[in-house]
Design a protein around this ligand. Sequence first.
Ligand SMILES: [Zn+2]
Length: 74
Amino acid sequence: MILNPRMKFHCPNCGSDVAPARVHLGYKHCMECGETQAREVRMTWCVAPAYNKGAYQLITNPDDLKVTNPKRTI
Ligand SMILES: [Zn+2]
């Protein structure tokens, strides 16, 4: 998509100006609103080894973390 550099883009959340270069990269929100959204999304996942000596994997279910500790005693 080719954007006119003179066009003004506004954040749909707060209405502040969004840099055309940022819109060109595919972002629709301003830096502040984008940061807030990214932090909210980041709170929903983590990476951890799913089993002993396993590779780090994306974990989205908190219950999966309870079984990743090899020293855990029930
Ligand atoms: Zn905004």
